[in-house]
Design a protein around this ligand. Structure first.
Ligand SMILES: C[S@@+](CC[C@H](N)C(=O)[O-])C[C@H]1O[C@@H](n2cnc3c(N)ncnc32)[C@H](O)[C@@H]1O
Length: 255
């Protein structure tokens, strides 16, 4: 019997941000595989077997999901946000390179989800109206000098820069260093947003001038998405007095 493995993006938190296609894929699953907090976001139902694993065991989790699908099960591997962005879809394909005979014929699919940077941008206004770059600040899977080189290039090219995985207990100083690097390419009043737990009940959005953001770096956590504005990104007042962050679509004198 041929099994199926679908890697599903649950979105950043608000259940209304789950796509109908992702909902259908969850409804069709016999087995749910994922990191505990993501599995917890899927309602219980009869016949759905839950396989919870710890953080940072992505390859083992992917192999386990493939083994289940190899037995003919309909497996849903769940990720927060989009499963292709710093998440489980790449781990599944990495495991698939082992090409184990038991996995032959498995039907693999990926269902997209709303990634954190899109959710944060929508809350803030339109900070991604121009070109932007997305980086993970984690040096768990790549050396810190690679992070710095890529960040420096994105800042020098005047992209809006979104930083996933900005800080953790094991990586307490990297965000401060990244923002100090930004200060070499942006003015002290360039807007920096700390968007925390977007779409969840504990959501908090802050926009600070870069100079203040450097001092506030330690207040970010693993549920925070950091957005560093490009030189043209600015805050404007809306008709109801709220402030919005946006980046103009054009650069220079374009109409
Ligand atoms: C391992 S990455 C996973 C990203 C996820 N696959 C996505 O597409 O959003 C985890 C990082 O995503 C960001 N993130 C995930 N959910 C978020 C949310 N609801 N609000 C703000 N940032 C979030 C944070 O930067 C966090 O450290």
């Amino acid at each position: 019997m041929t099994g199926r493995l679908t890697v599903i993006g649950l979105g950043p938190g608000d259940p209304r941000w789950l796509t109908p296609a992702a909902s259908e894929a969850l409804a069709a699953a016999t087995d749910l595989v994922g990191y505990g907090p993501y599995v917890d976001r899927v309602p219980h139902r009869q016949g759905l077997v839950r396989h919870v694993s710890d953080n940072r065991v992505e390859l083992d989790r992917a192999r386990h999901a493939l083994d289940l699908a190899g037995e003919g099960r309909a497996v849903a591997v769940v990720s927060g946000g989009d499963p292709g962005i710093f998440a489980m879809a790449a781990a599944v394909f990495e495991a698939l390179e082992e090409a184990r005979p038991a996995w032959a014929g498995i039907d693999i699919r990926v269902e997209p989800g709303i990634t954190a940077v899109l959710a944060a941008a929508a809350r803030l206004g339109a900070p991604l109206g121009g070109d932007f770059a997305v980086l993970s600040l984690s040096d768990n899977l790549k050396p810190w000098d690679v992070v710095v080189r890529r960040l420096e290039a994105a800042l020098a090219a005047d992209f809006v820069v979104a930083l996933y995985n900005p800080i953790s207990k094991a990586r307490p100083w990297q965000l401060g260093e990244a923002l100090k690097l930004a200060a070499r390419h942006r003015s002290p009043d360039a807007p920096v947003s700390f968007a925390r737990a977007v779409g969840r009940p504990d959501e908090v959005l802050r926009v600070l001038p870069l100079a203040e953001a450097i001092a506030a770096a330690a207040s970010a956590d693993m549920a925070t998405l950091v957005l560093i504005g490009a030189s043209a990104t600015r805050a404007i007042g809306g008709p109801d007095g709220r402030r919005f962050l946006y980046t103009p679509r054009s650069v220079g004198r374009m109409p």
